[in-house]
Design a protein around this ligand. Structure first.
Ligand SMILES: NC(=O)c1ccc[n+]([C@@H]2O[C@H](COP(=O)([O-])OP(=O)(O)OC[C@H]3O[C@@H](n4cnc5c(N)ncnc54)[C@H](OP(=O)(O)O)[C@@H]3O)[C@@H](O)[C@H]2O)c1
Length: 212
């Protein structure tokens, strides 16, 4: 059996929002960006929910200029958790020149042949999906840590199901207000806070899943 290490990383505002509804929102600061970029350079895969792809349209790549002289080791495989198949192929992550290896959890009939770098996985239950994603990664020879970067609904599901061994939260000092996507701390009842640290205008916190 292959062992994959799953952890989550998110940024929230002082009023515990992950962003503004349906708007790409920057919550990180420069130090946090570097830490997350370093994580991306040392993991095998990065996962996000479908709505994050549609709203933020992220590249999810490692940025060399944030590595303080270190080299990009490889661009992590992207995992898109999109059970209902709402993600469209015009998004940044699918751009040909990116040539990223993508695992796309999508239960719809895509209806046409996909490029070889895109691997479809089907499933509804999160634990079943997790196992299938790990099997697919192993099939294509990709091993290591898997970082889940949001959004709210997918992170909440992963926390409730105990999929994430650790969750790192960067919290800044800004208020987003009413039109925000809420992070719900009650999903952390099975986690304990093991680390906190000041990062300029924010704090980072690390939570660890309680052992059974
Ligand atoms: N601050 C941060 O760190 C950060 C990071 C990323 C995104 N964001 C923000 O978060 C927002 C997006 O969050 P969101 O909650 O709207 O959407 P999301 O979590 O990105 O995506 C939601 C989708 O993920 C899929 N999903 C959820 N639970 C699942 C499960 N158990 N198994 C498989 N798939 C599952 C769902 O598909 P189904 O519909 O089939 O359930 C659901 O529609 C955006 O505003 C974005 O800017 C913030």
């Amino acid at each position: 059996m292959n062992e994959y290490f799953w952890f989550g990383n998110i940024a929230i505002s002082l009023d515990q929002k992950l962003g503004k509804v349906n708007t790409r929102t920057n919550i990180s600061n420069d130090l946090d960006f570097k830490i997350v970029n370093d994580f991306r350079n040392n993991i095998c895969a990065i996962g996000v929910g479908s709505n994050t792809i549609m709203v933020d349209d992220p590249s999810l790549n490692v940025k060399e200029h944030l590595l303080d002289g270190k080299k990009v080791l490889s661009q992590p495989t992207v995992i898109i958790f999109d059970r209902r198949g709402v993600v469209t192929l015009d998004k940044e992550i699918f751009k040909k020149n990116n040539n990223r290896t993508i695992i796309w959890v999508n239960n719809t009939n895509v209806g046409h042949e996909l490029p070889k770098n895109i691997h479809l996985v089907k499933g509804v239950d999160l634990i079943d999906i997790k196992n299938k994603v790990e099997n697919k990664l192993s099939d294509i020879g990709v091993y290591g840590a898997i970082m889940i970067e949001g959004g709210a609904s997918f992170i909440h599901s992963c926390l409730s199901e105990g999929v994430l061994q650790y969750l790192r939260i960067f919290s800044n000092d800004k208020i987003i207000g009413q039109n925000g996507v809420q992070f719900r701390f009650n999903h952390l009842t099975n986690y304990k806070l093991i680390y906190d640290n000041k990062l300029d205008n924010g704090m980072e916190y690390i939570y660890k899943l309680n052992s059974k």
